[in-house]
Design a protein around this ligand. Structure first.
Ligand code: ADE
Ligand code: ZN
Length: 320
């Protein structure tokens, strides 16, 4: 089955670190990993919830030390996702996770941005960068990092909100989003992955997001679903991620078909493909297998990804 041309709108670049690259970067930087080999590392990808994944995700970032490490990681993702059919990617990174390890913003943002600046020429993929803030760290820290990103004129088009969700409602970050919006940045946030529908409401009402990451728990609140349908708020859904982090029991229990049937603006994305069993094409294959999604549904999902991207009308027309 050929890959479906689409945009990827929910992707954590640090979640694309494949076991082989983790070992390569560790060797390059003289770091001793607490795993015997790549198979031993991959064996640990049996997650019980979001936090069990985040623990490993943050630990493995330690191999990213130099600008070249960030560039190589990003290039590896672009190469793989071009083969997955992705024509446009809006890529998140977690600057605070690197700052906390003593890595400068210039190093981590500069390294990712260097790969993105030639993505069209190198891989035929247009790209943009989103700085995500860690909701389980203080909002004041997020605000300080946002101000630093603005001061250095970092090449970002928007901000996101990620990491441990439950206990860290969107409302904590109201000021960060106000500053970002005033600076002309797009506003995106994870909500309704593990957190309740009330967090989705807060993301809409208080953060005034342009797009929601996950959002699957919106289905528990009928009035909220109606609002999301009426406003066609983009929801970047990540089926394999939801299975691996046990937001749903099995793929057959995934609400994506129900969301499509309700008329929600959903797209298919990979989240952290190195950890969750695949890239966008793998997510589409798994959905086809589990649900036998027809040509019309697949075309809708692809069209939703392009219309929910933060791109010019001209670029959208070229992609469609
Ligand atoms: N950071 C990386 N992947 C994440 C996810 N699925 N949810 C929240 N934060 C994340
Ligand atoms: Zn995510």
């Amino acid at each position: 089955m050929p890959s479906l041309p689409c945009a990827e709108l929910h992707l954590h670049i640090e979640g694309t670190l494949e076991p082989e690259l983790i070992f390569t970067l560790a060797a390059r930087n003289g770091i001793r990993l607490p795993y015997a080999d790549t198979a031993d590392l991959a064996d640990r990808y049996a997650f019980t919830d979001l936090q069990s994944f985040l623990d490993l995700y943050y630990a493995n970032m330690d191999v990213l030390r130099t600008e070249a490490d960030f560039t190589d990681m990003t290039r590896a993702y672009l190469r793989r996702t071009a083969a997955a059919g992705v024509r446009h990617a809006e890529i998140m990174m977690d600057p605070q996770a690197h700052l906390a390890r003593g890595i400068a913003l210039e190093t981590c943002v500069g390294g990712v941005a260097a790969a993105l600046s030639t993505s069209e020429a190198d891989y035929g993929i247009s790209t943009s960068l989103i700085a995500a803030f860690l909701r389980d760290r203080p909002a004041a820290e997020a605000l300080a990092v946002l101000r630093d990103l603005l001061a250095m004129e970092a090449p970002i088009i928007g901000i996101g909100l990620d990491s441990a969700e439950v206990g860290y409602p969107p409302s904590l970050f109201a000021e960060v989003y106000d500053v970002a919006r005033a600076a002309g940045l797009k506003c995106i946030a994870h909500a309704g992955e593990e957190g309740p529908p009330g967090y989705v409401r807060e993301a809409l009402d208080i953060l005034r997001v342009d797009r929601l990451d996950h959002g699957i728990r919106c289905l528990e609140d009928e009035a909220l679903v109606q609002r999301l349908v009426a406003d066609q708020v983009p929801l970047t859904v990540c089926p394999l991620s939801n299975v691996r982090l046990r937001a749903v029991a099995t793929l057959r229990d995934h609400p994506l078909p129900a969301m499509l049937a309700r008329g929600l603006n959903v797209s298919v994305n990979s989240d952290d493909p190195a950890y969750f069993g695949g890239y966008v094409d793998d997510n589409f294959s798994a959905l086809r297998q589990s649900f036998g999604l027809g040509v019309d549904d697949l075309a809708t999902l692809a069209a939703n990804s392009f219309r929910s991207a933060f791109i010019s009308g001209e670029r959208r027309a070229a992609l469609l």
